[in-house]
Design a protein around this ligand. Structure first.
Ligand SMILES: C[S@@+](CC[C@H](N)C(=O)[O-])C[C@H]1O[C@@H](n2cnc3c(N)ncnc32)[C@H](O)[C@@H]1O
Length: 245
């Protein structure tokens, strides 16, 4: 996948893009990320990229010209799916990440200061937020998006790991995980995990997932389709609800 990032601060990306799974995905050529410094496209003498807001008010607004020129240079035929980060956008979800992972090309526009001139916003296909809080810029949201989309690109995660089996992809939160030693400072790992009985382990994991999701994110259980819970799941949830009444 090719991802173009339009930003005023390309230097913010270096650690995230060169480390761990993303670093390896780029080395293998599965992920091709190009950073474009919007400032280099400014036609003003001092390479300005922001100006005062019409109508007054605090802060500065990113000017349209450098963004339009950068878009013209990077994606002249509008072939990429263009995403801009803004608190007013739709909140990023695992289903969106899966959908984006199926695209050949993404273009990410990172805002800064008070935001972006609306005429530049209108050149984008999709407005995305990463949550109900305000960050200083769109660079961290862009890194969040690159990371979570990459997990759905074949070859990015090791072959034994599947993004499809993790929290949210199954509609539930993930069950607790343990590793060696089996007893640490008197805290023992649940016995079933040491039993070698795969059916029992799968059932224990399923019920722990249901329990955690029911307690922490009951709206996720309510949103599950009819077929996503079998008879045993429904009986388990009914018992849980009774116990916790
Ligand atoms: C300080 S914010 C601007 C906030 C804007 N004035 C508002 O009240 O909605 C600067 C930039 O950070 C990015 N940003 C901040 N919070 C974000 C969030 N929760 N999700 C996505 N992008 C965000 C956007 O690109 C935004 O243009």
């Amino acid at each position: 996948m090719k991802i173009d990032v339009l930003t005023l601060f390309p230097e913010m990306f270096s650690g995230v893009l060169s480390t761990s799974m993303l670093g390896r995905a780029r080395e293998k050529g599965i992920l091709d990320v190009s950073l474009h410094n919007i400032r280099e496209y400014s036609q003003s003498k001092h390479k300005n990229t922001d100006d005062y807001p019409f109508g007054g008010g605090a802060g500065m607004v990113m000017m349209p010209q450098p963004i339009f020129s950068c878009l013209d240079a990077v994606d002249p035929r509008h072939e990429a799916l263009r995403i801009v980060f803004t608190p007013r956008g739709a909140t990023l979800s695992v289903s969106m990440a899966q959908e984006f992972a199926g695209k050949e090309r993404l273009l990410l526009l990172c805002g800064h200061y008070e935001g972006i001139d609306e005429r530049a916003m209108e050149q984008m296909d999709c407005e995305l937020s990463i949550g109900d809080y305000v960050l200083t810029g769109g660079e961290l949201p862009a890194m969040v998006l690159i990371d979570c989309v990459s997990r759905f690109i074949p070859g990015v995660l090791g072959s034994s790991v599947s993004a499809e089996e993790e929290s949210f992809s199954t509609g539930l939160l993930e069950y607790p995980q343990y590793t060696r030693p089996a007893d640490y400072r008197g805290m023992a790992v649940p016995e079933v995990l040491l039993s070698g009985n795969h059916a029992h382990i799968a059932r224990w994991r399923r019920e722990e997932s249901l329990k955690l999701t029911w307690r922490r994110r009951p709206e996720l259980i309510a949103a599950l389709d009819e077929g996503e819970l079998d008879k045993r799941d429904r009986e388990f949830l009914a018992r849980l609800k009774n116990q916790e009444k």
